[in-house]
Design a protein around this ligand. Structure first.
Ligand code: AMP
Length: 293
C-alpha cells in the first residue's frame, strides 16, 4: 500500500487506473470498522484510494477541529490489512495553500439538519470533496449512509456540476446494541456510551410506528424526540423525504429518519433510510441502486 502526501506524489497513483474503475473513499481518519466497510465495498469495484484529511473548513468555530482524533499510524496499519492501492494523506497547506477565494456553495439540501446551525459546514464539505475529486479523479466515490445529508448534498453537486463520478452510499455499520460506529464514540465514558443509545432507540421507535401503520410526520417525530430526551441536548430530530429532503406531514416513499444530539463531549448523528409504502416499511438507500454488502 502506497502513501501519498503531496499532489505530485499522486502521479504515482495513475498506474492503478489500468486495473479498473478507480474508487475513492474520503475519510477524516480515526478509522473504525465503518470506514473499513466502505473500503471493502470499494474493493469489489476497483482499486481503492483512501483519503485521510481532517478538513478545517467544515468545522464551526466552537467545534472539535483542534481536538478531533488523529491516529495516522494506527489508520495506516488498519488499511494495510485491506486491499487498498494507496492512501492520500495531505496536510492542510497541500489542500488549501495560501488560502481560498473560490468555494462550492451547496443548494437547498444543505438547509436544516446538520446544516441548521452550522452555516458553513456543507460549503466546507463540498469544497474539500471537489478538491479531492479534482486531485484523485476517481471513477467512483463511496460515502457512508450515516452522513445521509452529506451524501445527498454531494450528489446534488456531482449532478449540477456534471462531475463524471458515480457515487455509492454504503450502509451504516453499528455495534451489536445498535450504536452507529463513529470516530467520536471514543470521547464517551461507559455511562455516556449507554446514554448514546438513545439515538438508535429514537430511530427504532420511529420505524416501529411506521411499521404499525402510522404515516403522520408529527406523530413519528414526537416519539423520536421523546427518546432523544435522554441525551444531554438535542440538535434535531427530523423526518424528511429522500432525495430532496423536503418535509411532508404524510409520510410516503423514500424517507429519512434523522437525529443528532450531544452526549457528554460528543455530537452524535444517526439515521434510518426507509422505503415507506402503503402497507410495508423496508430498509432503503440514498443514491442510485442498492449494492449487496
Ligand atoms: P468521517 O471520517 O467521519 O468523515 O467519515 C468518512 C466516511 O465514513 C463518511 O462517508 C462517513 O459517512 C462514513 N462512515 C462514518 N461512520 C460510518 C459507519 N458507522 N458506517 C459506515 N460508514 C461510516
Amino acid at each position: 500500500m502506497e502513501v501519498w502526501q503531496t499532489t505530485d506524489d499522486l502521479l504515482r497513483m495513475n498506474r492503478f487506473r489500468e486495473q479498473g474503475p478507480l474508487v475513492l473513499v474520503p475519510t477524516m481518519g480515526a478509522l473504525h470498522e465503518g470506514h473499513l466497510s466502505l473500503v471493502r465495498c470499494g474493493a469489489e469495484i476497483g482499486p481503492v484510494v483512501v483519503s485521510i484529511f481532517v478538513n478545517p473548513t467544515q468545522f464551526g468555530p466552537n467545534e472539535d477541529y483542534g481536538s478531533y482524533p488523529r491516529t495516522m499510524a494506527k489508520d495506516l496499519d488498519l488499511l494495510k490489512a485491506l486491499p487498498v492501492a494507496g492512501v492520500f494523506a495531505p496536510d492542510v497547506g497541500e489542500i488549501y495553500g495560501e488560502g481560498l477565494e473560490t468555494s462550492v456553495r451547496p443548494g437547498h439540501r444543505a438547509q436544516g439538519l446538520c446544516g441548521g446551525d452550522r452555516p458553513d459546514h456543507f460549503a466546507g464539505v463540498l469544497t474539500v470533496v471537489a478538491k479531492l475529486f479534482g486531485l484523485v479523479r476517481p471513477d467512483v466515490a463511496i460515502f457512508g449512509r450515516k452522513d445521509a445529508q452529506q451524501c445527498l448534498v454531494i450528489s446534488q453537486m456531482v449532478e449540477d456540476l456534471k462531475m463524471p463520478i458515480k457515487l455509492v452510499d454504503a450502509p451504516t455499520l453499528r455495534e451489536k446494541d445498535g450504536l452507529a460506529l463513529s470516530s467520536r464514540n471514543r470521547y464517551l465514558s461507559d455511562s455516556q456510551r449507554q446514554q448514546a443509545l438513545c439515538l438508535f432507540q429514537a430511530l427504532t421507535e420511529g420505524r416501529l410506528l411506521l411499521e404499525q401503520g402510522c404515516r403522520k410526520r408529527s406523530v413519528v417525530l414526537a416519539a423520536m424526540e421523546a427518546w432523544l430526551q435522554k441525551a444531554d441536548s438535542i440538535d434535531y430530530a427530523d423526518v424528511r423525504q429522500v432525495p430532496d429532503l423536503g418535509r411532508s406531514e404524510d409520510i410516503f416513499g423514500k424517507t429519512l429518519l434523522a437525529v443528532a444530539a450531544r452526549v457528554g463531549p460528543a455530537r452524535l448523528i444517526d439515521n434510518l433510510v426507509l422505503q415507506v409504502d402503503d402497507k410495508q416499511v423496508s430498509d432503503s438507500y440514498l443514491l442510485g441502486t442498492e449494492r449487496k454488502s
